[in-house]
Design a protein around this ligand. Structure first.
Ligand SMILES: [Zn+2]
Length: 254
């Protein structure tokens, strides 16, 4: 029942409110994103990206900072510091990793703002400019709020972002342990290249014996290599949006 209500709320939110943009891409674009984001996402996932000269986006819930009770989701301030120094993007995933479809609007907003404020205390030079929905839970009211407060919000709906896209509900392709084979991923990448799409991959932990929501370093590295071999542009979500803005401006001037 819970699942059904969550589904309905998400469907309604996505029917009733859009932050639409026509993607002006002349070639495919790829972003690698991590939710929560556990220590191994930074060390393994981030490390593999850096090996190819790429950067990723880490959607963090700061209640997991040094959280010894939820070690599988925990990260340290050092993880964040190093990520910023290496050019990765840190983005917002609420503070307490709440299910927004089960939390009232004011509580939800308070929680999201708390994440941003704490982040500012830790890193005054930076801000969290993009968002991902914990559990993929969306409501119309929160989607509207996020549409104003953040440059983008990524959901968990499967697919490529192509043509007219909803920046408040970006689509994604999961890099999960038991989800898509590397052959399937190769097909997605070829499809993205042909359609000049923005592919946003997402996972959680990157380690040997990963959780069902994560993947192994070998799998992750294979996907990164495919993108490098296909000569695709790999950018953080924030930099991808800069590029999209720039191309949109240019096409308006012409
Ligand atoms: Zn999450």
């Amino acid at each position: 029942m819970d699942k059904y209500i969550k589904f309905l709320k998400r469907e309604w939110a996505n029917w009733a409110f859009h932050k639409s943009v026509q993607l002006p891409l002349q070639e495919a674009l790829v972003s690698f994103t991590f939710d929560d984001a556990p220590h191994s996402a930074f060390t393994q996932g981030g490390g593999i990206l850096e090996g190819k000269g790429f950067s990723g986006t880490f959607y963090i819930a700061l209640s997991f900072l040094d959280d010894q009770l939820q070690e599988e989701a925990s990260f340290s301030k050092n993880d964040l510091q190093l990520a910023l120094e290496k050019g990765h993007e840190l983005a917002c995933h609420t503070y307490r990793h709440i299910d927004l479809s089960k939390t009232n609007l004011l509580e939800s907003i308070k929680d999201i703002k708390k994440n941003g404020e704490l982040f500012k205390e830790l890193f005054p030079e930076h801000e969290l400019r993009n968002f991902s929905y914990p559990f993929g839970a969306e409501t119309l009211a929160i989607k509207k709020f996020l549409g104003q407060e953040f440059r983008s919000a990524r959901g968990i709906g499967h697919g490529l972002n192509v043509g007219k896209v909803d920046l408040a509900n970006l689509k994604t392709i999961k890099l999960y342990r038991d989800r898509l084979s590397l052959e399937d991923i190769a097909k997605q990448i070829a499809d993205a290249k042909a359609r000049k799409a923005w592919v946003i991959f997402y996972t959680h932990d990157v380690q040997e014996n990963p959780s069902p929501y994560g993947c192994t370093p070998a799998y992750f590295e294979a996907v990164v290599k495919m993108c490098a071999n296909a000569k695709l542009q790999v950018q953080t979500v924030d930099k991808a949006l800069d590029l999209i803005d720039e191309l949109s401006q240019r096409s308006k001037q012409n």
